[in-house]
Design a protein. Structure first.
Length: 191
């Protein structure tokens, strides 16, 4: 299994204006530093390497597999918006597209499976024989749950207040409220 991002989020999780309001900075001298905090917190929370194990602001990913599963395929990085395409390399080595399949949600996680009565097609035996392109995330930054956005702002505020100390601790350990805000959104790592 291999995940690669095709289209990263178009915007940050929080804006510079929101972050500056959180840390009560009304100047411009530290805007570049604050923007770095915004990016770092976004990377800490979002995507395949983020602690939440989910997509926050809309983004497009490719999931590559050596073959189709027996039945349903669990897609990483909830919430799933749409499966854009499912392609594969057939046994003759030609790239094909699966014309029809079902998507469904189970406990907030997206899955795809063959249509009823159908099976996944046979693939050539090779790495990355199957590619599932999907769009994930809550939508625009404003659509991300308020507790995740608040946790991001608290992390930015903590980083701004405790600049050197922040490096020595995990981000959420620096503020226990962050852990409580994020706990409902933390999922098991994709495997």
């Amino acid at each position: 299994m291999y995940l690669s991002i095709c289209a990263p989020p178009a915007t940050d999780l929080v804006t510079l204006v929101e972050a500056k309001a959180q840390i009560r900075d009304d100047g411009v001298a530290e805007d570049a530093l604050i923007q770095t905090y915004i990016a770092a917190v976004g990377a800490y929370l979002d995507g395949v390497d983020g602690v939440l194990g989910r997509a926050l602001v809309t983004q497009v990913w490719d999931l590559n597999l050596p073959c189709f599963p027996v039945d349903a395929l669990r897609l990483p990085l909830p919430p799933l918006q749409v499966v854009n395409s499912v392609s594969y390399i057939d046994t003759a080595g030609a790239t094909q597209t699966v014309a029809s399949f079902q998507t469904y949600d189970q406990n907030g996680v997206g899955y795809i499976r063959p249509d009823p009565g159908a099976a996944w097609p046979a693939t050539k035996v090779q790495e990355n024989a199957v590619t599932v392109r999907f769009t994930a995330g809550y939508g625009a930054a404003a659509a991300v749950p308020a507790s995740i956005r608040l946790a991001a702002l608290l992390l930015i505020g903590s980083a701004a207040k405790n600049r050197e100390a922040e490096i020595a601790t995990s981000m959420s350990a620096a503020n226990p409220a962050v852990d409580r805000l994020l706990r409902p959104f933390t999922i098991q790592a994709f495997s």
